[in-house]
Ligand binder design. Structure first.
Ligand code: ZN
Length: 170
């Protein structure tokens, strides 16, 4: 009876690795815009944390921590010190004109950025939620490209300020 209980508990348990390093961050400018509302352009020191759930490999790892840190750092570096714009916005018109990107909101407010300063992301809003989903997709691609073994669940949180995170799990 005791043995059966212990087996049950072992099979119900799950392994997860968590990476939440101080250096896994990016500084970026953005503004939230949806129909009827637009924030002023401002910036955050975004932090990224990653959880990977999966089975143990023959080496006792779910996934090598080093691999997770490297993939996450690479994605943070891609976004660091850029202005993040939502390419799929339903209220911003985004025009690429030569070396510039011009952004016009529904009320006529207009921004112009050097193209090299901008990351045009395939999202509708640059909210922490949508950034978390985007960053998770990029980390997934980096892990797969690095030959990471299959995992069960990837959870990525993006925080705009300490203690305030949005999370995407898939
Ligand atoms: Zn913000």
């Amino acid at each position: 009876m005791l043995r059966a209980d212990r087996l049950m508990r072992v099979s119900d348990g799950r392994f997860e690795v968590f990476v939440g390093k101080e250096y896994l961050k990016f500084n970026a400018a953005h503004f939230i815009a949806y129909k009827g509302f637009r924030e002023r352009l401002h910036g955050h020191n975004y932090h990224v944390t990653v959880r990977v759930e999966g089975d143990l490999g023959h080496d006792g790892y779910v996934l090598d921590f080093g691999m997770v840190k490297k993939a996450t750092k690479r994605v943070c570096d891609e976004l660091d010190e850029y202005t993040l714009l939502p390419a799929d916005s339903d209220c911003l018109v985004i025009d690429e004109r030569g070396e510039s990107i011009e952004v016009t909101y529904e009320d006529g407010a207009r921004f112009s950025f050097p193209q090299a300063d901008v990351r045009l992301l395939p999202i509708v809003h640059t909210s922490a939620e949508e950034l978390a989903r985007y960053v998770a997709g990029r980390i997934r691609a980096e892990l797969e490209a690095a030959g990471a073994r299959p995992w069960r669940r990837l959870q990525v949180s993006v925080g705009e300020t300490p203690g305030q995170f949005a999370t995407w799990t898939a």
